[in-house]
Ligand binder design. Structure first.
Ligand code: CMC
Length: 432
């Protein structure tokens, strides 16, 4: 719980006799916040497009210090979690607040494994999508459609129902993700195998066929698990805020997460990993990089270097460092160290980190810069990249939704600075 400081902020408004006192709250770490909630009763709104200075909620899940390049989940640094933990353990941590003991961990893994199948009727939904449908379009639809299967556990005020839903979502996302891939391939869906690990099972559902088993390499399974782990949560980002906003109306969690998937799709957010590969494809060779760097710096050119820059990190994204290491492990395992795409990525990183424009604006590689290269090397097509981000982010979305619904919350309802026409009288069509 946050603490109120003794000394409030005072806001002096020209023409208003008394200044307005605004309480200041301190969290456990990070900047204090000024509570502007009562400004509306004084006839004012705050104005903060893009919410760059606005804390929309209290949360105890994830902490980011963008200047330092720090990311903590429930207090644990992401580097330690990536090194010593695994994705399902992190899911447990995000949902429950503490790391599980050995028994709790085994039970959690067992529970998730036993929810991996989706209702057979959900398979028929896929027939309605064109074979060339973007898998994110399919995911927006089918995750929302899960709401229609679980009437028995949709009481959002029941903590047990909330937890069952969290488990179902974490368990079924890889199954649905792999189904969206198989649909595009024109191949039969592959059922989950509960004797496999979470990431291993995902790769099995992606690449096995009824006629051929897919032998999952431990290095690739570990890389996949890391990709999920590094994407698991990221504080109040656009998609998580969307899940909270949708959920604040009392919408069910499947519908709220479907809203988050839609928000994640954009190239400024989860779509960036797809955009990185498309960009590297367009650049074509190391020799063309200086021209693209020049374009990125040109104010009149909308081109941006995808995978660079972040709203919060003004330092190296700590996830990008881990991802870079994983990238090398995967390429070594696959024997493709001389990968031309990786060569371009490295050169782009080198130039951008030295270039005055990027240094001055504190634009560093973000998590998406390397994840795309790893996914491509594993054999996952570019259109699936954001689906994999969505799969990894699911525990974060649902943990934030649970935290909000289990606490005190209001419907999210921002205000505006109106710039439209003042009141005017309707003109009949004949007189316009
Ligand atoms: N390439 C070139 N210039 C850039 C870039 C870039 N990738 N990113 C920001 N800038 C410039 C931008 O032009 C602006 O310059 P100026 O001050 O002269 O107008 C300045 O840096 C600040 O940019 P901004 O757009 O105001 O910053 P923002 O915090 O609103 O945007 C961002 C953050 C991530 C949307 C942006 O950096 C970007 O578009 N990056 C490329 C897309 C990308 O990689 N997105 C993935 C984000 S990480 C994954 C996730 O968490 O979802």
């Amino acid at each position: 719980m946050s603490e109120q400081n003794n000394q409030p902020a005072e806001l002096a408004i020209p023409g208003v006799a008394d200044s307005i006192e605004l309480p200041i709250y301190s969290g456990n770490i990070g900047p204090d916040v000024i509570d502007v909630g009562k400004l509306t009763s004084q006839g004012y709104f705050t104005y903060d497009p893009g919410f760059v200075s606005t804390a929309s909620c209290e949360s105890a899940i994830t902490y980011i210090d963008g200047d330092e390049g720090t990311l903590l989940h429930r207090g644990y640094p992401i580097e330690q979690l990536a090194d010593k933990s695994d994705y399902l353990e992190l899911c447990y941590l995000l949902l429950n607040g503490e790391l599980p003991g050995a028994t709790a961990k085994a039970e959690f893994v067992h529970t998730i494994k036993n929810h991996t199948m989706v209702n057979e009727q959900l398979r028929t939904f896929f027939q309605g999508f064109r074979p060339d449908a973007h898998p994110m379009a399919i995911m927006c639809g089918v995750v929302g459609a899960l709401s229609s299967f679980y009437h028995d556990s949709l009481d959002i005020d029941n903590p047990q129902h909330r937890m069952i839903t969290a488990h179902r979502l974490i368990a079924k996302m890889p199954t649905l993700a792999a189904m969206s891939f198989k649909h595009a391939q024109g191949q039969p869906f592959i059922y989950p195998r509960n004797d496999l690990g979470y990431a291993e099972n995902f790769l099995h559902m992606m690449f096995a066929t009824p006629c051929e088993e897919y032998k999952v390499s431990p290095t690739l399974a570990k890389a996949m698990d890391r990709i999920f782990l590094l994407h698991a949560d990221h504080e109040q980002n656009a998609s998580t805020s969307t899940v909270r906003l949708a959920g604040s109306t009392g919408a069910n969690p499947f519908a709220s997460v479907a809203a988050g998937i839609a928000a994640l799709w954009g190239p400024s957010h989860g779509g960036a990993n797809e955009a990185v590969l498309t960009m590297l494809d367009e650049i074509g060779s190391v020799d063309n990089i200086p021209e693209y760097v020049r374009r990125a710096k040109d104010k009149n050119d909308p081109f941006r270097i995808m995978g660079f820059g972040h709203r919060v990190y003004k330092n190296y994204d700590p996830r990008a460092k881990v991802m870079q290491q994983t990238c090398h492990e995967v390429l070594e395992e696959l024997g493709v160290q001389d990968n031309p795409v990786l060569a371009m990525a490295k050169e782009l990183e080198r130039i951008a980190l030295e270039d005055e424009y990027f240094v001055e604006k504190r634009l560093y590689p973000n998590v998406d810069f390397y994840s795309g290269i790893i996914l491509k090397a594993i054999g996952i097509p570019v259109e699936m990249f954001t689906v994999i981000f969505a799969t990894g982010r699911t525990p974060g979305w649902i943990a934030h939704w649970c935290e909000m619904i289990g606490g005190n919350y209001k419907i999210g309802r921002p205000r505006q600075l109106y710039t439209g026409s003042p009141k005017r009288d309707f003109v009949d069509v004949a007189d316009r």
